[in-house]
Write a protein that binds this ligand. Structure first.
Ligand SMILES: NC(=O)c1ccc[n+]([C@@H]2O[C@H](COP(=O)([O-])OP(=O)(O)OC[C@H]3O[C@@H](n4cnc5c(N)ncnc54)[C@H](OP(=O)(O)O)[C@@H]3O)[C@@H](O)[C@H]2O)c1
Length: 311
């Protein structure tokens, strides 16, 4: 099969030919139609995740969408031919999804793609959508709340922005002027106020929320600065490891989120896309052969989701 492969880390992903994997007991073999780039993939390629030490070559990729091509023994929930999506959750460096085929455990991290959701959208939904939903559930936005989203221009932030608005909250979102600001305005409409993360965040947010924001979502930038902007009794969630220890003594709750793509979460994400409640914020789609460029573009500063589609 064709795959986007690492032969060393840190290194550059290389398109290559590898043997097709076959499903072990409890696993599905998925013929991949689409995937996407996530920060985790970039961190692996950049040599920032190297425990346990990987065996080379290995395939990158967490998100997948495609069709069940074969099933291992004792698979009960899925059948050959079903359209599925999700997140590869095996231990690093398990088989990755930036390939024509991937094996995944049926137990966790996989769900059916409902009618009305394209494979390309489903392939960019799993990890970022789950992280966003887990963070949103941790802070519980409600009508009357003002939620500050740092990293609103990334994949996780763009999903969270839509969920915060759909819960009735108003949002302050980080975006640089120009393309980023246009992207956030298009996603969020006029209930979103923009602040430029290239400039002083404290000076921009304080006049908008003199008593502090109800909640902050930390998907990029400096958690300490965000924490200073949260009202007493407010909430904060971080996908960057800013948690209760870092926030001790500040007088509000902080959740350090580790995305957990269980079937219920994936089903909800897909249903919300199918119903139009949220849209998958893909800004660019690459072929597998263009995968190395997708990584370079992601690392240079991604806007929304960068999808990888396999013909
Ligand atoms: N804990 C978990 O389970 C989990 C799961 C998924 C993701 N994550 C992590 O969560 C983070 C967000 O993920 P993602 O996929 O959305 O990443 P991403 O697509 O790389 O997005 C990050 C966005 O934040 C912007 N940004 C950079 N510096 C900023 C700053 N100082 N203030 C505000 N915005 C800034 C970037 O724009 P510029 O072009 O301006 O740099 C980019 O648009 C990543 O670090 C990822 O690794 C964790």
């Amino acid at each position: 099969m064709r795959a986007l492969t690492m032969y060393e880390i840190p290194g550059t992903p290389v398109p290559s030919e590898l043997p097709d994997p076959s499903p072990a007991a409890g696993e599905l073999l998925v013929r991949v139609a689409a995937s996407s780039i996530n920060g985790y993939d970039a961190a692996v390629a950049g040599g920032l995740v190297s425990h346990p030490p990987p065996e080379f070559p290995f395939v990158l990729g967490k998100d997948f969408a495609g069709t069940v091509d074969a099933i291992g023994e004792r698979v009960g929930r899925f059948s050959v031919g079903e359209a599925v999506f999700g997140v590869v959750t095996g231990a690093f460096p398990g088989t990755g999804s930036l390939a024509e085929y991937v094996t995944v455990a049926e137990e966790f991290g996989v769900a059916r793609i409902p009618a009305g959701v394209t494979p390309t959208d489903a392939g960019a939904l799993g990890l970022a959508g789950t992280a966003a939903l887990d963070a949103i559930e941790a802070v519980g936005p409600a009508p009357g709340d003002l939620v500050l989203i740092s990293g609103a221009t990334g994949g996780v932030g763009a999903f969270a922005l839509q969920y915060a608005l759909s819960a009735g909250a108003d949002v302050i979102a980080t975006a640089r002027p120009g393309r980023q600001a246009d992207f956030v305005r298009e996603l969020g409409g006029d209930r979103v106020r923009l602040v430029d993360h290239g400039d002083d965040l404290l000076a921009q947010v304080r006049p908008m929320a003199p008593n502090g924001v109800s909640a902050a979502l930390h998907f990029a930038g400096n958690g300490e600065i965000l924490a200073e902007l949260v009202a007493a009794g407010g909430r904060m969630a971080s996908t960057l490891g800013f948690g209760p220890v870092q926030a001790a003594g500040r007088g509000f709750a902080v959740s350090s989120v580790v995305a957990s793509p269980g079937a219920a979460t994936l089903d909800r994400l897909a249903a919300d896309v199918a119903s139009g409640l949220i849209r998958v914020p893909i800004t660019q789609t690459y072929s597998l052969a263009e995968g190395a460029r997708a990584f370079t573009d992601f690392t240079a500063g991604a806007l929304g989701k960068l999808a990888v589609a396999l013909p």
